[in-house]
Design a binder for this molecule. Structure first.
Ligand code: ATP
Ligand code: MG
Length: 435
């Protein structure tokens, strides 16, 4: 058994060099789409005052109740490692007076998030998300655009199949009545639900629909649907969102029991799962498992109101990068790979080594990637490394060449060698690599 302190904390894996390329690929696609859709990047600190999340996400949410990493600072403040990105964005909006900027304000972020959950595949305690937030606009076109953007990113990452699950959870006019209806239904079946749901029923009844327990799923299947209880405005808003999605041919399913785990959502809520739209209703959606949701989001018209008196409608989404990467790998599509160097620089003798260090810099300035092994002295072991790296060329700078101001170029496949002028080699190699 290795010593505990020599292991990462549970659920907080290292991201090793071979994994980085996937993260880079996701980030590149996110960046590209964000730019195109008019989103500006924002970074917020990893820590915020605990109250921000308690108020923003809701005291009775799973996150606040059991998943936050909270501690007291030496100065006596209570801070929390961010479990999600939306409450911090709401804070940013208010703190920096962003309501005075042209609206809607479109921001995107990327970073690590922390939740004390039971670690398992696709569920970690430190994980990464990218997210999009649009503040100051209530048009259903924005809801559709955020769904569209989230979907197109997954599509660009070659994840197949994909389905959008979508629902409306109404507003504070129509939701209270639905909560009563739901409560009555569940109270009549109190014997068939889990202890957590019994508590949820008292504190926040909508949450029972979000329960992942098998027996609660059974009860949920016949539960009343919020869509039958939406007010006129919410109904129209939702209809328009769906019409926009139809317009851009996005495959969605109405999921009447989708509520999402956070308190601040209003109206549109959605998730994107890696399941074929035609497989819904055949049970295949459950095969994907509860760790399958790649992107989740929705409208949060009431969040900013919790912090100030301002009415700021908003809509956003967040993607789980580890889960997205897992799907990229499963997809069997050509995975991203980094281009290794085409040149290896081998050196021999004191003078050869010294001049190699300088030459290496010249290549760097010319932006030509060159591998080296300056720690080694034997030419044989250096050539072995060059072979392993499968470089196209090896440059050999020995004592004699260093004195002559020359260098040997060896074409690895044919073994052919020629001598070049040292001060011309960067230009010559640039030309060769273009061929
Ligand atoms: P779940 O229902 O799977 O717990 P959630 O509703 O808590 O998800 P969100 O808060 O909406 O998730 O986060 C957005 C996305 O971030 C999720 O769809 C998922 O892809 C990812 N995510 C959430 N929690 C984790 C976690 N603990 N580990 C890895 N990814 C996560
Ligand atoms: Mg969760």
């Amino acid at each position: 058994m290795a010593k505990k302190f020599l292991q990462t904390p549970q659920g907080m894996p290292d991201i090793l060099p071979k994994e980085q390329i996937f993260f880079e690929r996701v980030l590149a696609v996110v960046k590209d789409f964000a730019h195109f859709y008019g989103f500006k990047k924002i970074d917020t600190p990893i820590l915020e005052f605990t109250e921000l999340f308690e108020k923003g996400i809701g005291y009775s949410s799973d996150i606040v109740e059991k998943e936050m990493y909270t501690f007291e600072t030496r100065g006596g403040d209570s801070l929390t490692l961010r479990p999600e990105g939306t409450a911090p964005i709401a804070r940013v909006y208010l703190q920096h007076g962003m309501q005075n900027l042209p609206q809607p304000l479109k921001l995107y972020y990327w970073g690590s998030f922390f939740r004390h959950e039971r670690p398992q595949e696709g569920r970690y305690r430190q994980f990464h998300q990218f997210g999009f937030e649009v503040l100051g606009e209530q048009s259903p076109a924005i809801d559709a655009q955020v769904v569209q953007l989230s979907y197109r990113i997954l599509e660009a990452l070659k994840i197949k199949p994909l389905t959008i699950l979508i629902n409306s959870i109404g507003c504070n006019l129509c939701r209270p009545y639905f909560k009563k209806v739901l409560k009555n239904y569940y109270n009549a079946r109190a014997g068939q639900i889990c202890p957590d749901c019994k508590k949820r029923l008292k504190k926040n009844p909508l949450r029972v629909l979000d329960c992942k327990e098998e027996k609660c799923q059974q009860v949920k299947n016949q539960a009343p649907k919020i869509i039958d209880h939406l007010c006129e405005e919410c109904k129209n808003h939702f209809r328009e969102v769906l019409e926009f999605l139809d317009e851009v041919h996005l495959p969605y399913i109405l999921d009447h029991y989708l509520v999402r785990g956070l308190d601040y959502y209003t109206r549109t809520v959605f998730e994107i799962v890696p399941v074929d739209v035609s497989d819904f209703g055949k049970g295949k959606e459950f095969e994907a498992g509860s760790q399958a949701t790649l992107v989740g989001g929705g409208r949060y018209d009431d969040l900013i109101k919790l912090f100030s008196r301002k009415e700021v409608p908003a809509m956003g989404s967040a993607g789980g990068i580890e889960r997205i990467i897992k799907e990229m790998k499963l997809g069997g599509e050509r995975l991203p790979h980094s281009k290794g160097p085409a040149i290896f620089l081998a050196q021999l003798g004191d003078l050869g080594k010294r001049k190699s260090l300088k030459l290496f810099e010249d290549f760097q300035k010319a932006k030509i990637l060159v591998a080296e092994s300056f720690g080694r002295d034997s030419i044989k072991s250096q050539l072995k490394i060059a072979d392993k790296l499968r470089v196209k060329y090896t440059l050999i700078l020995g004592q004699k060449e260093a004195l002559d101001g020359t260098i040997i170029l060896r074409e690895m496949e044919s073994g052919r060698q020629e001598i070049m002028k040292l001060d011309k080699v960067v230009d010559m190699m640039k030309k060769r690599l273009k061929r």
